[in-house]
Ligand binder design. Sequence first.
Ligand code: 5AD
Ligand code: SF4
Length: 453
Amino acid sequence: MSTSRQTRQVYIETYGCQMNVADSEVVGGILKTSGYSLTEDLAGADVVLVNTCAIRENAEQRIYGRIGLFGTYKRRNPGMLIGVLGCMAERLRLSLLEDDLVDLVVGPDEYRKLPGLMERALEGEQGIAVRLSRVENYDDITPLRTDGVCAWLSVMRGCDKFCTFCVVPFTRGRERSRSVESIVREVVDLSSQGLKEVTLLGQNVNSFRDGERDFADLMQEVAAVDRTMRIRFTTSHPQDMSGRLIDVIAGEENICNYVHLPVQSGSDRILGLMNRTYTVDHYRRLIGRIRETIPGVAVSTDIISGFPTETEDDHRMTVDLLTEIRFDGAFTFKYSARERTKAWEMEDNIPEEEKGKRVWEITELQHAIALEQNRNLIGTAVRVLVEGPSRKSPYEYTGRTETSRTVVFPHADEQPGEYAEIRIDRANSATLFGRRTGDVSGAAPQSLRESAA
Ligand code: 5AD
Ligand code: SF4
């Protein structure tokens, strides 16, 4: 094990949503300033931190499995520290320290305490910090980013919606937003470093507020920083999807025409039990307005199957809604009862097998829709932001369209961060395949748009 603090190596592994990815970069920033360095080598690490997710039971089970594996490294290197960060740390608190493998437990609002806690833990003292804050937003911390093309940028934290199934208000606390100025400053910095895509993040990003300025105002200011930079955002609640925000997405050429808008269920009765605060009809009209206002927009959603009391009829309504709306993407989850939530009090009465069947049916339907939509793009040319080599082959590169479709093409001279036009000749439900039609570009504003040539 290394002895001086300057050479202490920290390995960070991240689970869960993009907020956690952004938070791990904040942790990286804090640790680097305190003289630690990050490593990708688990076996050689002095400190192993796992940033965790508590949204569903199976997310937690997976993390227990990882902690067990870290234990095998720790037995070989007894000085190694293991720290649990994030939502599971917040939820399970002291009980995590009962496991001898775990030295540190740090919740999402306490990352500034990490260097101090790590120092003491290296001297043998277990540490815990899990207080939630009404103000912490890490406004002044420069995240340690590794990707040179796309950046996550967290603009607000926490959630005040209290959907009855969701543990997030308990693990991440109350809503709070950063200042527009600090966000714009960070985007200016990213632009000067050559990054080409920024995704504004929040559990409930469109309820962002800084004094008189709302999320639509923020998006406008961020989009104006660098017109060659794409702007995305996630995740939104239908209640805060204002007409003005839709107009801003349509009006600012470099804001991507892509909206992720979780509906959760196609049954008004279930939406009521979930405390989602909208009806299916309201949601339907919202999607209609988004599609009318933003030409070529892609919309995706989240669905929960098997919420307490969900009948076959309720499930049918969800299937019908997906058939009607034809989302570009849908993430479907089996309902998982979470302690402290309102739904925890309801009987989790849908058998796991039935939940699985419902998820399967929705997933199959969505695959068929996505396949059809992707096949419709065969023969057209799409603009992609080049990201780098594909996972399967160094001779192929991948990029994403404005609508977040992944495109794979033979690599010639494109560099990550350039825009290229690809003619699509093949598609499956997840990926488009094609070839370059012309030169790559640093992207004039209008070239960000997908062309349907
Ligand atoms: N069980 C299953 N899915 C859940 N989600 C949130 N809480 C739960 C839960 N208890 C899903 C919702 C949300 C997405 C991020 O995770 O669909 O939109
Ligand atoms: Fe959870 Fe609902 Fe808040 Fe999303 S809006 S984080 S689902 S409570």
